[in-house]
Design a protein around this ligand. Structure first.
Ligand code: UDP
Length: 239
């Protein structure tokens, strides 16, 4: 099974460090366990721990340049992850959507496919390579281009809720939601472009908590149903 895991940059942020190596190490040990069980893993990392385009725009930066800075942030994160994962003996390759030939390979589906087959964890950096998008959309794109069976958005909350559960006590968690329903309700947990792409590619998406203990492990290694499935019908995509 080939899986694309989207994680926000905030997952490697701590109170004192914009890139917290200890947090990457904890993540790496979890990834190692999953990878060693034979699951082919791609990772899209965000840049929100360093820069988000919209924050810089609020400071008066030109929007396109703000997004360029955001994309570069994802590349810095990818390099940090590569470095820490290597110390844990996890074989890693980075592919960037932004051409930086001196130190990262440019994304090519052929090279990525080969890299997966050679047992590497593939990190996709630089978002989509275009301003005004998010790394959610990059995750959907890369999952489709590298023929993943599943996209996991691992985030702060454990699924899609009818309202923001951190703000509304009566928010209800959904176990399943169709692509169309998600798009009609414009749920904020994942960007709509990403879900629309997944709909076109019939790619199942699971939104779940990154921080709940053993959540991703339970999902991928124990076949447990976690989070919310976004798909065309309520058929669990892992067997
Ligand atoms: N970004 C972009 N194009 C992309 C992906 C990301 O311009 O295809 C920029 C955008 O400004 C975004 C920033 O990079 O705010 C960091 O990505 P994101 O906000 O998705 O990171 P996350 O919230 O997942 O950490």
């Amino acid at each position: 099974m080939r899986v694309l895991l989207k994680i926000t940059g905030e997952s490697i942020l701590s109170k004192d460090e914009p890139i917290d190596y200890e947090k990457i190490k904890i993540l790496g040990n979890r990834i190692k366990l999953i990878h060693e069980k034979g699951i082919e893993l791609g990772i899209v990392i965000g840049g929100g721990n360093l820069f988000r385009g919209k924050d810089l725009i609020e400071h008066g930066f030109a929007p396109f340049k703000s997004h360029y800075i955001g994309m570069l942030a994802t590349i810095m994160n990818a390099l940090a992850i590569e470095e820490v994962f290597s110390t844990l003996n996890i074989p890693v390759r980075i592919f960037s959507a932004v051409d930086i030939p001196r130190f990262i390979s440019f994304f090519s589906f052929k090279d990525v496919d080969e890299s997966f087959k050679r047992n590497n964890v593939c990190i996709f950096a630089g978002g989509t390579g275009n301003p005004f998008f998010t790394t959610d959309s990059a995750a959907a794109l890369r999952a489709l281009e590298s023929r993943c069976d599943l996209l996991i958005k691992a985030t702060k909350v454990d699924g899609v809720y009818t309202n923001d559960p951190l703000k509304f006590d009566d928010a209800k968690k959904l176990d399943f939601i169709s692509y169309d329903n998600f798009l009609e309700n414009r749920y904020g947990i994942m960007d709509l472009t990403a879900i629309d792409l997944c709909k076109q590619g019939k790619l199942p998406v699971i939104v779940c908590s990154l921080f709940e203990k053993n959540n991703i492990e339970n999902l991928l290694l124990e076949n447990k149903r976690v989070g919310t499935l976004i798909y065309q019908e309520d058929i669990w995509p892992i067997s």
